[in-house]
Design a protein around this ligand. Structure first.
Ligand code: RAM
Length: 906
């Protein structure tokens, strides 16, 4: 075992958890030819700190570490164990790179070398592709969908080919204008859902790489691709749009093989492929569902020798040099969780299955049917009080699947090229001779393939339900892009929703690459004048912007940096941030904004009765202008651009002055516009009024909240700021009051009405009044889940002080009605844990601080003499930072696990 005190030549344990770029582990078809390297120091309770590191990288594992042919960083004196930039030989497409790392500890002792990790690049350039786009001209078929719009019939494309000699390595590079599923020799080669996913297709289409070495053999082989419209050629954006005019879906693939004699061969999509639309998937639409006709199954079509003489020749299209083909830079959507139906009941002739959880994905159906019958599968997020399906909130999305049986017996089917948001599934058309049982329906939960990153729980059942609802909101709306909702005729990448939920998502899930990827889409979608569209990818194409929404382009990069410590995310997005701030400026008169705004969207009890709430759009626009300027200044500082940093600080200060003069009086009160909770929250959260007014403005805010009988009156923009501001004002207990409110509007209100996800509106449904009459009423909308950040940061008490948690704040704030709370977060340096409970008048905290960091622990006491750390009084090795900052006592600790007890002052 590693022993710090020991100065023998025994090497320290090796680094673990080796990652490249945005936390990828041994990626294949990797996008980043200039990756960064990260690792963790081994877990042990010994205050381990890194003082230096060395990285080696090479083309062959046998060359490591001594003869690394790509890069040897040599010993670098640095405590940085994450985001180290590769600076070796330039790497090209297909290159496989092996790497190792070691570190020196605080005694100057080197560690063992880590295990060897690797990554393999995908096809980085359009010029790497010999393949051509192929497909059938499905637009010409003029098929009408259920919704009455023209749809592209799904296609089946195939090719038999011969492999002359043994294959030692094979990679399939593939993508589509549309969505696909690919088979080799009768095997479905992956469980990816609707790859390649959704990017601004006019700018960039992502490509996927599969290792198919084991699926090929010498002799005859066959490849088959199913292709459907997906986001590329399907209807989007809640209207009967002109998307039917989009070009027919196409596929592009290139199979590259290396043979045992060292030779290489290639199979590409070209004119020699055959295709048909006469297969079982008759229709597939994201909004409207899928129709599968089993009578049309093409038995054996992905096996060699299938008779395809009546299939059509494909049309061939060259690769467009203006559209970048780039390896997918985050994880594909996968089936992640399987939910059993818990109940089944008959309602109006349909068998209604209840999964007891609102979810996103598809249903797997194992249902008895009679030959020739059509199974109709309807979905709903909630039942009306009379037990019937509530589908008004799907609006025009038909969200219905059909299956036509080819024989009598139990089918086993789930659709491929659609997804639904639902808790209930209604079946009709099954074999009426059979009694429905729960095992007929399984909910297959699909989302971008990320791992859980944190956990939170407490002694309070409803708070735990809220945490569960937040996590389900996250699973439901991370379907390749961040969406506002997953069920109605929308499911779009609304920028405002994304910026409010970003931080909470990072606590709960490993979504760094997800966000970094989406930000690339945001950059690609930025208008020439610097504007950021409402939604990304920008299917609305209306050239409009909204304050608080477009600011996603400054807020998300900054938050990603704060939580990861990776400067690259700032480098990548800095130009976009600057252009957006410029656009803000262009939308002002004397620095007061007149930018359009969705404003405090869906604020409860709006005076005006509209969805945009009562807070002045001018105040909101000016506040976000100032905030975006500030984040750009901070970014410029991190990037070492001092002149620009000054420029943006000056701008921020000027905007703050204008804001203060325009909207606040000398008494720290909002004037001239509606003095809403959100008006105060924005001023305080974004630091837009002078210090000497903050306390007064804070009092006005608290008075506003008191006036509302301690209820929030905030919508999308104000709600995420409540906790931070009340905490800064020294009123975290008021945040507890708001959070534990049971009555409307509050988080628990929806839970009391039966919510299993976060809702779009504080009152999307109530037991007394039923559903909100508005059809824009998603029951799976993550925005109000933004409170999750505070649950981690202050209830459990885990937050970064320095970017990436290099320095950590452990500052739990215990308060009634909680008696315990606990959380863990997997950070850049390893897992941080905090778990507390109240025992009589004692506060008991157990916390783990990962290696190569330090933490400041803040305890809810001022009686230093009562503090015991690992059964010893706070002394010597602990630095006490003052005996009572507010009501806390803080001291710094090195990595390790600490059991702490103290007298609770509250
Ligand atoms: C609706 C949704 C979405 C919101 C926009 C402004 O489409 O509620 O979440 O961002 O409006």
């Amino acid at each position: 075992m590693f022993n710090l005190g020991c100065s023998e030549a025994k090497l320290a344990s090796e680094p673990v958890s080796l990652r490249v770029s945005e936390n990828f582990t041994s990626p294949l078809g990797f996008y980043d030819s200039k990756p960064t390297f990260s690792w963790n120091l081994p877990t042990s309770n010994n205050g381990l700190q890194q003082t230096a590191y060395q990285i080696v990288a090479g083309s062959d594992p046998d060359l490591l570490p001594e003869k690394a042919d790509f890069w040897n960083s040599e010993k670098v004196t640095s405590s940085q164990s994450a985001w180290i930039k590769y600076s070796g030989t330039a790497l090209g497409s297909r290159q496989r790179v092996y790497w190792q790392v070691r570190y020196w500890d605080q005694e100057g002792q080197p560690s063992e070398w880590s295990k060897t990790e690797s990554f393999e690049l995908g096809l980085l350039d359009n010029s790497d592709w010999s393949a051509k786009w192929i497909g059938l001209p499905t637009a010409e078929e003029e098929v009408t969908g259920e919704y009455g719009d023209m749809v592209h019939r799904p296609q089946y494309l195939r090719k038999d080919f011969d492999i002359p000699s043994d294959v030692t390595q094979a990679r399939l590079y593939i993508t589509a204008k549309g969505v696909f599923d690919v088979h080799l020799n009768a095997k479905d080669i992956s469980d990816d859902v609707m790859p390649p996913g959704w990017t601004p297709y006019d700018e960039r289409i992502e490509t996927i790489t599969y290792d198919v070495t084991d699926l090929l053999s010498q002799g005859p082989n066959t490849i088959g691709v199913e292709l459907a419209p997906g986001w590329h050629s399907g209807r989007l954006g809640w209207q009967k749009s002109n998307w039917s005019e989009t070009p027919s879906p196409k596929v592009l693939c290139q199979l590259e093989m290396i043979h045992s004699d060292g030779s290489k061969s290639l199979l590409i999509t070209d004119h020699s492929w055959k295709a048909t639309t006469d297969g079982p998937i008759r229709r597939a639409s994201i909004y409207d569902g899928e129709l599968y006709d089993a009578r049309k199954e093409l038995e054996g079509w992905t096996s060699n020798g299938y008779e395809d003489s009546d299939w059509s020749k494909v049309l061939v299209e060259d690769i467009d040099p203006l559209v970048d083909l780039q390896p997918k830079r985050h994880h594909t959507v996968k089936p992640k969780i399987h939910l059993e139906a818990k109940k089944v009941e008959m309602t109006d002739g349909e068998a209604v299955f209840d999964l007891e959880q609102n979810m996103v994905g598809v249903s797997r159906l194992q249902v008895p049917m009679k030959k020739g019958d059509t199974l109709k599968v309807r979905f709903s997020e909630m039942l009306s009080p009379d037990g019937t399906f509530y589908t008004d909130n799907y609006r025009s999305a038909l969200s219905t699947d059909y299956y036509i049986a080819d024989k009598t017996g139990v089918i086993d089917w789930m659709p491929k090229f659609t997804f639904h948001g639902f808790r209930y599934v209604a079946l009709s058309g099954y074999d009426l001779g059979k009694t429905p049982t729960e095992d007929w329906v399984t909910g297959v939960v699909q989302y971008s393939d990320f791992d859980q990153n944190g956990s939170f729980s407490s002694s309070h059942e409803k708070l735990n339900q809220l945490q569960s609802n937040i996590q389900w909101g996250l699973r439901g709306n991370f379907f390749d892009v961040p969406t506002d909702c997953p069920q109605r005729d929308e499911r779009l990448g609304w920028t405002g929703d994304a910026q409010v939920f970003g931080p909470t998502s990072l606590f709960n899930a490993e979504v760094y690459s997800f966000w970094a990827s989406w930000l690339q889409s945001v950059r690609e979608s930025q208008y020439k004048n610097g504007g950021i569209p409402f939604v990304v990818p920008d299917v609305l194409q209306n050239n409009k912007v909204s304050s608080g929404w477009g600011d996603a382009c400054t807020i998300i990069p900054w938050e990603l940096y704060r939580y990861t410590g990776d400067r690259a995310i700032l480098e990548d997005n800095y130009e976009m941030m600057k252009k957006w701030v410029h656009h803000h400026k262009e939308s002002t008169t004397d620095l007061i904004s007149h930018m359009n705004s969705f404003a405090d969207w869906l604020q409860p009890f709006p005076e005006t009765g509209n969805t945009r709430g009562d807070t002045s759009p001018k105040l909101i626009g000016t506040a976000f202008f100032g905030y975006s300027a500030k984040l750009t200044a901070l970014t410029a500082e991190v990037l070492g651009r001092e002149r620009e940093a000054k420029e943006y600080w000056d701008l921020y200060n000027a905007v703050a002055t204008a804001f203060d003069q325009q909207f606040f009086n000398a008494d720290g009160e909002v004037t001239g516009v509606e003095p809403t909770q959100t008006a105060y929250l924005l001023a305080l959260a974004f630091d837009l009024i002078p210090d000497n007014k903050r306390a007064k403005a804070g009092e006005h805010l608290v008075a506003k909240i008191n006036e509302a009988d301690n209820h929030l009156r905030t919508g999308f923009l104000g709600t995420p700021l409540l906790a931070k501001v009340l905490d800064q004002l020294g009123h975290p207990e008021l945040m507890y009051t708001l959070l534990f409110k049971e009555t409307y509007p509050s988080w628990f209100y929806s839970i009391n009405q039966g919510a299993t996800t976060i809702w779009e509106r504080w009152n999307s449904y109530s037991k007394t009044d039923g559903f909100n009459p508005q059809r824009m009423n998603s029951l799976n909308h993550y925005a109000y889940g933004a409170i999750g950040q505070w649950m981690y940061e202050r209830i459990a008490g885990i937050a970064p002080i320095e970017a990436g948690y290099k320095k950590i704040r452990i500052a739990p704030f215990p308060h009634e009605p909680l008696t315990t709370a606990k959380a863990s977060v997997n950070t850049t340096y390893g897992e941080v844990k905090s778990s507390w409970q109240i025992e009589g008048n004692l506060f008991v905290l157990k916390t783990t601080v990962p290696q190569n960091t330090t933490a400041s622990i803040e305890l809810p006491t001022t009686s230093m003499e009562t503090v015991m750390v690992n059964d010893e009084p706070v002394k010597n090795n602990y630095t006490v930072r003052g005996t009572g900052k507010g009501k806390t006592l803080s001291f710094e600790v090195e990595p390790g696990t600490y059991h702490i007890k103290c007298q609770l002052d509250r």
